[in-house]
Each structure stands twice: as C-alpha cells, then as structure tokens.
Design a protein around this ligand. Structure first.
Ligand code: CO
Length: 497
C-alpha cells in the first residue's frame, strides 16, 4: 500500500466519526426531545474527542510525513496531505488543557450571553467575553502567524486569508457602500406589497418546489424545520437542509430555502471520490457562502427569476395575485439601514460585517479593550448605517459568535457576497442566454456549470486558486459593487450610470 493510501484509510475513520457527529447534531436541532439534551451532549463530546485524538496523533504525523516523502501523487492526494497537515498542525499547537479551558469558557460564555442579551446587560457578559478574547489571543500565538494574530484565526475559516489583504478590500468596500446608501436615499423606495397571512403548509410546499427547480436532490437530502436554518452534510448522498417560516411574510422562508439550497447543492455535487477523505464539503466558509448567496441573491432576487416564479407564487398565495412580477422583484429588493445583521438587505449587510471585522481585529491585536466595545459599536453603526442601537441587545450583544470564540468567522459572509458576484459574472460569460434561461425556469445549465467549476472539487483547491480558475482573476469587490449599483439603481430609479 502506498503512503497516500495508508493516509486515506486512516482519515476515513475520522470522516466516519464526523458523519456520526453530524447526524447526532442534526437530530439535536430538529427532532430530539428536550430531555435528551444532556445524554446527546455527552455522546457527541465523546465522538468529537475520538476524532480529535486521531487528528493530533503521532500516527497521523508519521503518515503525513511518509506521504510527503513519497512525493509524486495526484492533485487530490496533494490536497489530502495539505488539508490534514493543516488540521494536524493547528490542533497540535494548542495543548489539550488549554483547549479544554477554551471549550468550558466558551460554553459558559454562551449561556451568560443568552441571559445578557435577553436583559440587554453588557456588563453581565463583559468579563466572560474578556476571558474568551484572552484565550483566543493565546491560541493564535500558539498556532502562529506572520503579521497579525488575527491571521491565525482567519485561516481556520478562509485558508490563506490575511488582515493585510482584507483590511484595504473591506475598507474601500465600506466607503463605497456608505456613499451608495446616500445616493439611494435620494431615490424612490419600492412600494411594499399588501399585508397578508401565508399558511406555513403552503410556504413549505413552495420552498420544496423551489429547491427542486434549482436541482436539490430530495433522494440525497431532506428539508426540516429548525430555529435557525442550516445545511449539514452527513455523508455521501445525504446533505440536509432546514428552514424557518414567518406567517405574515412568505419571503424570508423562500430566501432561506434558496440560501440553504445553494449550500446543499455544493455538498450534493462533491465528486463521490472525495467522500470519507475529509475533502468533501467546500473550499472555505467564504466559498461555501458564495454558493448560497448565488442562488439566494444573484438568481433569486433577479427580475428574470420573478418573471418565472410569479405564477407559482400566486398559485400558492392567491392573495398576491394583483402584484405583478416587477412589484415582487422590487419588494424583495428594498434597502433599509437597520440594527440587526441577520435581517439586513444586500446593500447594508456588508457594512455590518465591516464593523465586526474592524472591532475583532482591534480586540485580537490588543488595540481595543472589551470595555470600550459598546461605544465603538454604536459609533460605527451611526457612521456607516446612520442608525444608533437604543440598547446593547440590538447592538453589540446581537450575535452569538463572540461568546463561542468564533473570531475570524464574520468576514466569510462578505467574502461569500463578493465571490458570488464574481462567479455570477463568470457564469454570464460562460452560459449563453443565462438570464433568458432563468426566465424560462431552466436552471439545469447553471447548476451544471457550478457543478463543473466549483461543486465537484470540494476542498481540493485553496479558495484563492479556485476563484482564479473559475473567474480568471483573484478576489475583488468590483463585480459586487457593479452588481449592486446596476440593480439597486434600477429599483430606486436613480438616473445615470
Ligand atoms: Co450561509
């Protein structure tokens, strides 16, 4: 057996444990009875530990070294070595006692955060957050970095990404979005559709239908309800999505389904050869998010999509019969600066992320104290979005990420939006008559192109290399800004280019 084959066999066991963890986690968030929580947490903790021990084992180190010594191997094998070497090195850098402390501290911080958010009491959360920040900084130091400790954290979610690359990109994106928001405020906002009630059963039927249009395979997945929508890959032929619905508005449910459907197409499209190697999934969190944003926004919020979807919408919700396709398109493209990130529209969303990125970098680099966070947050909200949180629950306490120690995660959302616009441009060039196809409900050619260019490769390529392969250029904000100006200029009736 070759060294690479031995490595494959060894990591297969880890991938199988991860599959069991994923299934248990899916059940926990969809069907598990409340009183099963404690036992489930124990079992999942045990399984995670088993996987972790294998990742950091000396045996893994030997297998990696042997595979590297062997040299000549396929593109997939090279990726296999790269991905597992990174896991092995990162996880070994942090001593088990410190990691244990991190798990306990973040778990406690998350519980306190829930209370603090409910009571809008930052002071309650402050000492716990300070402890998390200290631990995160300590771990970054152990993992290692060249310029900024934040780079060590970013790398977990977006391999290869750095503060040096992100800071100018997001800084200029922010300035130009703030300027564009001012322009929009002089435009004519779209009319809201009349209020109504939208039965959940009809919404779920519509979402299932929409998922079928874009090529989600219900033989290789399922759609369930959960408090927060998510996509989870259990293994080969099993990539599940969940969704939530609002009975006074059918659109959050619909766009939630398109978003998760976009994530799921990625997983369902992985080359079967990648199963159980650790190379299934997506190139990075940012690339994964580009696939959800592509279907949710680039396609789902386009006028051609609503020309196709409109009769189906009306069939499920006859109360909307008087709204024309253009009315629905305008309605789903309203822009409104608001306090809450998860409710933000396409134009303002990235400003919420720029703010979080700037604060995170300053915290991790030691230029900002946790005490100063609420004031910095509120000032940035006023500067970028023109709104000031009336309390910390709707400000600095709104997201769960920091309590969980997930510093470095937020940029993935904006990277996803930027990549999605770049990929949409490339799709337009590669697929003749793309928008006529969307208007005719022919999504298969688009899905096929994404499969060929992105989905089947899983984690084989680094995000930077993948984007270059697909679009011919590196990460950039121009295609996104161009897309935003063109669409929202039209929705808001702004004159000129
Ligand atoms: Co997503």
């Amino acid at each position: 057996m070759s060294a690479c084959e031995e490595l494959r066999e060894y990591v297969r066991e880890i991938a199988e444990i991860h599959s069991a963890v994923a299934l248990g986690a899916w059940d926990q968030r969809t069907h598990m009875p409340e009183r099963g929580a404690e036992a489930r947490a124990k079992v999942l903790g045990r399984l995670e530990r088993m996987a972790f021990e294998r990742v950091v084992s000396d045996r893994m180190g030997e297998l990696l070294a042997a595979a590297e010594r062997d040299g000549v191997c396929s593109e997939v094998d090279q990726a296999l070595i790269r991905v597992w070497k990174r896991e092995h090195t990162r996880n070994r850098a942090v001593p088990p006692a410190l990691y244990q402390k991190f798990v306990e501290t973040t778990s406690r911080a998350e519980t306190v955060w829930e209370k603090a958010k409910a009571a809008s009491d930052f002071a309650l959360f402050r000492p716990h957050l300070a402890e998390v920040v200290d631990l995160v900084r300590e771990m970054a130091k152990l993992i290692g970095y060249r310029e900024s400790p934040y780079d060590a954290l970013l790398d977990e979610y977006e391999p290869g990404m750095t503060v040096a690359a992100l800071r100018p990109l997001l800084g200029s994106l922010r300035e130009r979005l703030v300027a564009f928001l001012k322009e929009l405020s002089r435009g004519k906002p779209p009319r809201e559709l009349p209020a109504g009630t939208y039965p959940l059963d009809a919404q779920k039927r519509f979402c299932r239908e929409t998922l079928t249009w874009i090529g989600y395979d219900f033989q290789a997945g399922r759609l369930d309800d959960s408090a927060h929508p998510f996509t989870i890959g259990i293994g080969l032929g099993d990539v599940r999505v969940t969704n939530r619905y609002q009975d006074d508005d059918p659109f959050p449910g619909l766009f939630g389904a398109l978003h998760e459907g976009g994530h799921a197409l990625y997983g369902q499209g992985n080359d079967p050869e990648l199963a159980w190697t650790g190379l299934a999934g997506g190139a990075s969190f940012g690339i994964h998010e580009s696939q959800s944003r592509f279907w949710e926004n680039q396609i789902g919020r386009s006028l051609p999509f609503w020309r196709y979807a409109h009769p189906h919408l009306v069939r499920h919700f006859p109360g909307l019969a008087r709204a024309k396709p253009e009315d629905v398109w305008r309605h789903v493209n309203r822009v409104e600066p608001s306090l809450i990130r998860v409710e933000a529209d396409e134009v303002t969303y990235n400003l919420h992320i720029c703010l979080r990125f700037e604060l995170e970098v300053d915290l991790v680099e030691g230029r900002l104290e946790v005490d100063e966070l609420p004031a910095r947050w509120n000032r940035a909200m006023a500067d970028y979005l023109g709104v000031t949180p009336p309390d910390d629950a709707r400000g600095v306490l709104q997201d769960v990420h920091w309590s969980g120690g997930m510093f470095g995660y937020f940029p993935s959302y904006t990277l996803g939006n930027l990549y999605a616009a770049q990929i949409a441009d490339a799709a337009e060039r590669a697929i003749p008559g793309l928008w006529a196809k969307v208007e005719a409900g022919e999504f298969a050619p688009i899905r096929g192109w994404l499969w060929e260019e992105v989905h089947r490769h899983g984690r084989v390529f680094l995000p930077e290399d993948l984007v270059r392969r697909v679009t011919g250029s590196g990460l950039g904000a121009e295609p996104f800004l161009h897309y935003i100006r063109r669409k929202y200029g039209e929705v808001y009736g702004l004159s000129g280019p």
